[in-house]
Ligand binder design. Structure first.
Ligand code: NAD
Length: 560
């Protein structure tokens, strides 16, 4: 039996899958005197994902947004660069292989990996076989498993997306986009290009008006205005076009309406065409096919670079685990359903935790909690509340469940809907039925870095406090369940402007009465936030230098 097949016996072994937003805070804070900690991930660095749009146009350089996982966690945690492909919750064993490379059988059940085509040396196009990349498959036992593997891009099975569109989730995606933008401009300069072809080459399409799509469109508009205009003045004046396509009736729909409206007006000033109520049906090599809401007509938009940012879905390991656990327990939710301590539901001994994008936390049944709040608010014991009392109830409810933001946004609407008799009063039964309907929308926490990092820190603290590693007796041990504290949402919208939404961030709202912010002041907040969020002095310094360099010298537009 190899070293990894058994736990050391002296300390319980915690295996953490992932090196992202929830895994890193956990790894940094977990007590390694108490646990033997092993981290397994195909990525040996932490990636500052919110800065990927900046990397894709060269505002910020590649090495600025990554930090080696080993330098972040030190030798106290063992790191293995590998890809977990299976979990056996009964035997408490994970199976891992190397990531993304062709696996070649080498006999004796030992598998070695080589790069499928090797890497190419740019200058001479020689193929170099990577003999250093040999990773046998292995299995490892765990006492506690933390699944923090994030999510992947959701194409909603739209034809052509995998083949022709760029995603913006990994560092390689950002580098490819940077290269493709450069390619489009260099191709447009070829003397024999027709006007029509030049316009196609310089039409950049972004699909999805969530924060990823919006921030990329903003960075691209900055690149065009601040740098490409200098080097390609005629192309920029006559042919360049940026289009952002969104299926809903506004962009940044998860933020306050004022912010969506502001961003739409700002994008108009920045020459970004925003097509709302428009659905992308297919991506082809030289065009995207769109359909307007309430219309059967399909339209073609000739374009070159397409960036696909329509949201996320579960990774195959998450789906595999859901299958092992049994879909009846896990229902149709996207991630692994967890209890309030972030333990995966359906694992009887409570030995698997799930955090971040791959998890969906289940709060105690919302409507039951609301019933007790309703009774408290109903001081006159009439089993009915008027609008003012209802508003107070919602305010109170949001402090307890920040994820109810969606419901609070349409408070008056919810009241009118529930008050079917138009009596001006809302009965408990009517409120319950409205909440039941809204329940599926408001149960899950957003898939953000903020949620993931709070969850990672929480599980580290929870494991550190455990006196008894009986993981299914948390209630008796008086441990505090996870509570998410929303600190607001930020997005960069270009032209040195950003938007900040504090909706749902109750502590800040109460103390400072903060309103949604937009413009330059919001951009300073955005920049200070990311500068402080960078994990190390090295990346903080690199980021500050990159911003100054871009401001003084412009972006490097060469393709490499
Ligand atoms: P998203 O889910 O937030 O937005 C995707 C958008 O694409 C939606 O508005 C949807 O209506 C639209 N869409 C889907 N299919 C479409 C189609 N075929 N045609 C046109 N439009 C279509 O996705 P995201 O922006 O990738 O973000 C993913 C997650 O990461 C979210 O939870 C988000 O909040 C988070 N995130 C946050 C930040 C930030 O706070 N600054 C930045 C990036 C990502």
């Amino acid at each position: 039996m190899s070293d990894s097949d058994k736990t050391s016996g002296t300390k319980p072994r915690v295996v953490v899958l992932g090196t992202g937003w929830s895994a890193v805070p956990l790894l940094k804070h977990i007590d390694t005197q108490k646990y033997e900690v092993v981290c397994v991930s195909p990525r040996n660095y932490f990636l500052m994902t919110p800065l990927l749009p900046s990397v894709s146009v060269g505002t910020v350089e590649t090495r600025t947004v990554i930090e080696s996982i080993r330098s972040l966690i030190g030798p106290r945690v063992k790191f293995i660069e590998s890809h977990c492909i299976n979990v056996d919750p009964k035997a408490k064993i994970i199976t891992c292989i190397s990531d993304g490379e062709q696996t070649v059988a080498r006999g004796d059940n030992v598998k070695a990996v080589i790069a499928p085509s090797g890497r190419t040396d740019g200058a001479s196009s020689r193929i170099i076989k990577d003999s250093a990349r040999v990773r046998p498959e292995f299995q490892m036992k765990y006492d506690i498993l933390v699944v923090a593997i994030g999510s992947e891009n959701n194409t909603f099975n739209t034809p052509g997306v995998e083949e022709h569109a760029h995603f913006l989730k990994e560092l390689l995606d950002a580098r490819r986009i940077r290269s493709a933008i450069s390619d489009a401009f260099e191709s447009a300069m070829t003397p024999t290009q027709t006007v029509e072809e030049r316009k196609r080459l310089l039409h950049f399409v972004i699909v999805g008006g969530g924060p990823t799509g919006v921030e990329f469109a903003a960075e691209l508009a900055d690149l065009v205005r601040e740098d490409l205009q200098t080097y390609f003045p005629r192309l920029v004046a006559n042919d360049v076009k940026i289009t952002l396509i969104e299926a809903l009736d506004h962009i940044l729909s998860m933020m306050d309406k004022q912010i969506s409206d502001y961003t739409e007006r700002h994008f108009h000033r920045e020459n970004i065409d925003v097509l709302m109520n428009t659905f992308v049906k297919e991506v082809k090599q030289r065009e995207v096919i769109i359909q307007l809401k309430d219309s059967n007509e399909l339209k073609s938009l000739p374009c070159s670079v397409v960036v696909w940012a329509t949201g996320i879905k579960a990774r195959s390991l998450t789906n595999k685990l859901r299958e092992i656990i049994g879909l009846n327990i896990q229902s149709n939710r996207m991630g692994l359903l967890t209890d309030q301590y972030l333990r995966v539901k359906g694992i009887d001994d409570g030995s698997i935790f799930a955090l971040g994008d791959c998890a969906t936390i289940q709060t105690p049944k919302l409507v039951d909690r609301i019933q007790s709040l309703f009774e408290e608010a109903d001081t006159e014991h009439r089993s009915a509340l008027d609008l003012q009392q209802f508003r107070t109830l919602v305010e109170k409810k949001i402090t307890e469940f920040p994820q109810l933001e969606i419901f609070s946004k349409s408070v008056e609407k919810a009241f009118t809907e529930a008050d079917k008799e138009k009596s001006g009063y809302l009965t408990l039964a009517a409120l319950r039925s409205t909440l039941e309907k809204a329940d599926h929308k408001i149960r899950a926490l957003p898939a953000t870095a903020q949620v993931a990092s709070q969850e990672g820190r929480y599980v580290a603290d929870l494991l550190n406090q455990l006196t008894d590693t009986q993981l299914n007796h948390f209630e008796q041990q008086n441990l505090k369940p996870f509570r998410y504290k929303h600190m607001g949402s930020l997005a960069y919208v270009g032209g040195d402007e950003a938007v900040v939404d504090f909706t749902g961030s109750k502590p800040l709202l109460d103390i400072f009465k903060l309103k949604p912010m937009s413009g330059r002041s919001a951009a300073y907040l955005w920049k200070s936030f990311y500068l402080t969020e960078m994990f190390t002095g090295r990346t903080k310094t690199l980021l500050a230098f990159d911003w100054v360099r871009t401001h003084v010298f412009g972006r490097d537009i060469s393709r490499y």
